[in-house]
Design a protein around this ligand. Structure first.
Ligand code: PLP
Length: 366
């Protein structure tokens, strides 16, 4: 397998230890975890309980505040739909991930606050917009930006929204496992995330619902009443177990991962010294694994990231359609063709970064 993968913000491989923990639940322990009568069901139930605990430790929430979903997209849609059903306003930025933006954009009671070019929130705009909507509205924040790597001043943002009497939803999909999260301390009402961004399996994620501030949450998916009636459908023990283990591992190695990415970043930037480039996104609060960079000397209209293959760098979110791909860069006035997003993972080595830098330099020379 090529090691030249620089797109870890799009997804990550399943950690081998997480995979090992998952395997028995595909075959030996296959019983439905909602069953009452088999030992296999009880085993699955206790594994799911353990997973709640592992995830809650990484998120700083109560285990019972976690509801499993198919991933962040479903979690985000669930929160937004809850407010749409009640005809409440939704406030968000124009640089949200499509999972949030597309859902909100089709709703007439959505309102946008401005962002600065580095992806941080325009606090004056936020302050003025929270006053434009009735209290009890929903305010969304993308905590760590998937394209720019910018980490939002989330405490300040939450305080502004809360002071105006609103509910707060954090899209923590890129924050998970990359920065410290203390849901309880933050005082947000909802948090969405996906396992596959944190070396867990695809197809599983969570919505965290603050039990002190939210009551009467209605399900998006109705049916057999699993998960206290909040999200029906047979629970998926292997994916849940993998998600839990991945979170446990992420918590144990958070500082080590951050240092690793910092080192890789330095190697890459040293190697491209002398090139005419601009780093996009906040340079004071950012995900250490993410570099968003415009190479000014790339004058061709064809996107630079395409020329860098087989190095898997990207320009924007892997999950956007072609027409949506450039939405965020163009909203921020960042030149598209010259801009690449590099996202490092645990497997990335300094040598990989040197090879990528060589490829960038040779591509620019033409
Ligand atoms: N939010 C952010 C910030 C993301 O980066 C992503 C995926 O890239 C999502 C939401 C959607 O996650 P998923 O595709 O796992 O549902």
């Amino acid at each position: 397998m090529s090691t030249f993968f620089f797109d870890y913000n799009s997804t990550t491989p399943v950690d081998p230890e997480a995979l090992e923990d998952m395997l028995p639940f595909f075959s030996d322990v296959f019983a439905n975890p909602s069953g009452q009568t088999s030992e296999m069901s009880w085993k699955a139930q206790s594994a799911i309980k353990a997973s709640h605990l592992q995830i809650s430790k990484l998120l700083g929430c109560k285990p019972q505040e976690i509801t499993f979903t198919s991933g962040a997209t479903e979690s985000i849609n669930w929160v937004l739909e809850t407010f749409i059903r009640d005809k409440k306003s939704i406030l968000l930025s124009e640089i949200e991930h499509d999972a949030c933006f597309q859902k909100a954009n089709e709703y007439e009671l959505s309102l946008f606050f401005k962002s600065h070019q580095d992806g941080s929130a325009d606090i004056d705009s936020l302050k003025s917009q929270v006053e434009q909507v009735p209290s009890g509205s929903l305010v969304n924040f993308i905590w760590a930006h998937n394209e720019l790597g910018t980490i939002l001043e989330v405490e300040d943002c939450i305080e502004i929204a809360k002071k105006a009497g609103h509910f707060v939803h954090l899209d923590a999909t890129q924050a998970l496992g990359k920065i410290e999260i203390d849901f309880k301390k933050l005082g947000a009402d909802f948090l969405s995330c996906s396992a596959h961004k944190v070396y867990g399996p695809k197809g599983i994620g969570a919505l965290v619902i603050n039990s002190s501030t939210v009551s009467g949450m209605k399900p998006l998916i109705a049916g057999g009443g699993q998960q206290n009636g909040l999200r029906s459908g047979t629970l998926n023990p292997p994916l849940i177990v993998g998600f839990g283990k991945a979170c446990e591992i992420a918590l144990n190695r958070l500082a080590k991962d951050q240092e690793h990415y910092k080192g890789l970043r330095e190697v890459f930037l040293n190697e491209i010294e002398g090139l005419n480039y601009k780093l996009n996104g906040s340079q004071s609060k950012y995900l250490t694994n993410t570099l968003n960079i415009s190479l000014i000397d790339w004058k061709s209209p064809s996107p630079l990231f395409m020329e860098l293959m087989p190095f898997s760098v990207s320009q924007s979110s892997a999950c956007s359609t072609e027409s949506n791909k450039k939405r965020i860069l163009s909203a921020l006035g960042i030149p598209e063709a010259q801009t690449i997003r590099i996202s490092f993972g645990r497997q990335t080595t300094p040598k990989d970064c040197m090879a990528l830098a060589d490829k960038v330099k040779s591509t620019l020379r033409g």
